[in-house]
Design a protein around this ligand. Sequence first.
Ligand SMILES: [Zn+2]
Length: 241
Amino acid sequence: MEVTFLGTGAAFAPHAYNSSILVDRKILMDAGAPLTVHLPRVGVSLDEPRAVVLSHFHADHTFGLAWLILGRVMLNDRPPSLSIYGPRGTTAYLERLLDLAWGEEMRRMSWQRLQLRVQELADGDSFQLDGSRGQAFKMQHASRLDCLGFVIERDGVRLGYTGDAEMSPQLDALIEASDHVISEMTYDAPGGELHLARKDIDELMTRHPSVRFILTHRGGESSVNGAVMARDFLTLQLPLH
Ligand SMILES: [Zn+2]
């Protein structure tokens, strides 16, 4: 399994772009990065991703979709179809995002030409994703939003992705179901809300010693012993050795 980071910064990080992770050049997990620039920069055309998995509806995880969707339609007479997976409310959220970004007419046109298929997921749901099995886990992050993390199984690797998360039993369950986990670490120092801090990562790594941690959604640039610190445009081959 190949994982490429297209954006690794927390929402307001000064050192890195917003969240997006490309798996095997075909699956995007979150879409906060400027995808019309960052996909070509890693040698992937806008047409190659087949599916996008959204963890939640904050701008730093989703706004790049407006460019991916209309860009794919504008740059290709016959754009390939696109599937989108996300929490309950994803269809309505995408409609509003596209209406705001490009207007209702462009939204209808791009939705139809991409044969956009949306699958809304809840805690515990299994789904099929480009030949892989996926499972959704409810994450605790913003109380008024449905927020999900995921585990996808591909090439014998169980890859977890936390999206944005605070400490919770479901976060432990997600990590337990993974052998590699891409986890957020927003705060280098203790004391923040809505997200994980370095001390939380230390605790989680102690509780799950056989899981490899890859840290993203970073507000700072510190490093954690024993974890891979993701940075924009880093590519990893999993399993890690
Ligand atoms: Zn968020």
